[in-house]
Ligand binder design. Structure first.
Ligand code: S3P
Length: 441
């Protein structure tokens, strides 16, 4: 299977003289789209999903739930009707379940399928997914009674044998919303309640969606307990805009002189907005109503964000902030190049097991554009203030690296060529069109 970006398209991004200006509705949230498809597939009654993300990753999830028996009607404009198979109804398939590039699909779906006694499935994906560990879900699922055989004990392809699961109390070694979600989903089928304890809070879209579906779920700080259910009661899901996609425009508006960007319908769930708090600490002015830190509401809050360029100062991102800004840490490095003083990210070793090794790819990539940046064991250090000269950067097939390179180009002195720009379609197929709108005069 091929990796997006291998031998792909090279695109040049020139300095955006005059800045980025305008209003955008950013694409639908990827995490919430994955969850809406998976939970709708578990329901018995049809579920209407509005504003589903039409991107490579989330299309992999639709294809996967269809293969195990759900029916997906695509009405256009991101509107779907998913008719599920019920919690105990997913069917076995011939061949492998292809997750493509989607780590979230690979880690969440097994939570459901592990609870199907006597049935088995084999998961595989692209060359990037084959480097991403599944031992982090295999461990708890085995404790619950499922069997998993993985390549080298920890990588896809892997085969999952479902079982009658038993409840566990699972203290997670790393803060990962994917692992937390997997165990909670499996916990909906255990006779006694299942509990997950996180080392630090991570995104909580699963908890919010399950609560909305009538699943008994109790939350206190970093502990979540889920009770057994026989049915999910979901009628309609509205997917809000993706903060992680919005973050590219936030960063661009902050570092490209003369910018003023308005982003509408952005999900501002506090477990996702770590990057906005970090950017504000660096001096960025982001106007918009953000959800209060620590709020445990069932729904997903949305807001309009307004951002303009301005001077930045370096900051230190501490380990407990990392899960709340995990996918935006490459952008923290970029802001660091334009900030006075040092910007340090600590406790972010998880970056090494993302779509690429994002410590190595971000540090090497930005250094090639003129940044003074060094990798550490658990993050990076940027000595900023000099901006970026420009040059060439590879996406390594990683969607967020591709878009990082593009934004770097807009803010650079000489422009940036991004190799493998098509990787952006994993989460943001409309990226180039949205950029063109913000550059139009
Ligand atoms: C995701 C959780 C994060 C994030 C990923 C999506 C999710 O991964 O990096 O892009 O949808 O739950 P981890 O929870 O494994 O850190």
């Amino acid at each position: 299977m091929s990796m997006p970006g291998e031998g792909g398209e090279t695109v040049r991004f020139d300095p955006a003289d005059g800045g980025l200006r305008g209003t955008l509705r950013v694409p639908p949230d990827k995490s919430i789209s994955h969850r809406s498809a998976i939970f709708a597939a578990m329901a018995q009654e049809p579920v209407r999903v509005r504003n589903y993300l039409d991107a490579a990753d989330t299309n992999s999830t639709l294809a996967a739930v269809e293969r195990i028996g759900a029916r997906v009607e695509r009405h256009g404009g991101g509107e779907l009707t998913v008719t599920g198979v019920g919690l105990r109804g997913p069917r076995e398939i011939d061949g492998v379940l292809d997750v493509g590039n989607a780590g979230t699909l690979m880690r969440l779906l097994p939570g459901w399928l592990a609870a199907q006694p006597g049935r088995r499935w084999t998961f595989d994906g692209d060359s990037s997914i084959r480097r991403r560990p599944v031992d982090r879900i295999a461990g708890p699922l085995r404790q619950m009674g499922a069997a998993i055989e993985a390549s080298d004990e920890r990588f896809p392809p892997f085969t999952l044998h479902g079982a009658e699961l038993r409840a566990i109390e699972y203290a997670m070694p790393v803060a990962s919303a994917q692992v937390k979600s997997c165990v909670l989903i499996a916990g909906m089928s255990t006779a006694a309640p299942t509990t997950v304890i996180e080392p630090a809070p991570s995104r909580d879209h699963t908890e919010r969606m399950l609560a909305a579906a009538g699943v008994p779920i109790e939350r206190a700080a970093t502990t979540v307990t889920v009770g057994r259910v026989d049915e999910l009661e979901l009628e309609a899901i509205d997917v809000p805009g993706d903060l992680s996609s919005a973050a590219f425009w936030v960063a661009a508006a902050v570092i490209v002189p003369g910018s003023r960007v308005v982003l509408e319908n952005v999900n501002v769930n506090w477990t996702r907005t770590g990057f906005l708090r970090i950017a504000e600490r660096m001096g960025a002015i982001v106007d918009g109503e953000l959800e209060a830190h620590g709020a445990f509401t069932p729904g997903e809050p949305v807001s309009t964000l307004e951002i303009a360029d301005g001077p930045l100062i370096g900051t230190t991102v501490e380990p407990e902030e990392v899960p709340l800004a995990i996918d935006e840490l490459p952008l923290v490095a970029l802001l660091g190049c334009f900030a006075d003083g040092e910007t340090v990210v600590r406790g972010a070793q998880e970056l090494k097991v993302k779509e690429s090794d994002r410590i190595a790819t971000v540090v090497d990539g930005l250094r090639g554009l003129g940044a003074d940046i060094e990798a550490t064991d658990d993050g990076f250090v940027v000595r900023g203030g000099g901006g970026l000269r420009g040059g060439r950067i590879s996406s390594h097939g990683d969607h967020r690296l591709a878009m990082l390179g593009a934004i770097a180009g807009l803010a650079s002195r000489e422009g940036v060529e991004v190799e493998g720009m098509e990787a952006a379609a994993v989460s943001y197929p409309g990226f180039a069109a949205d950029l063109a709108r913000l550059l139009a005069r």
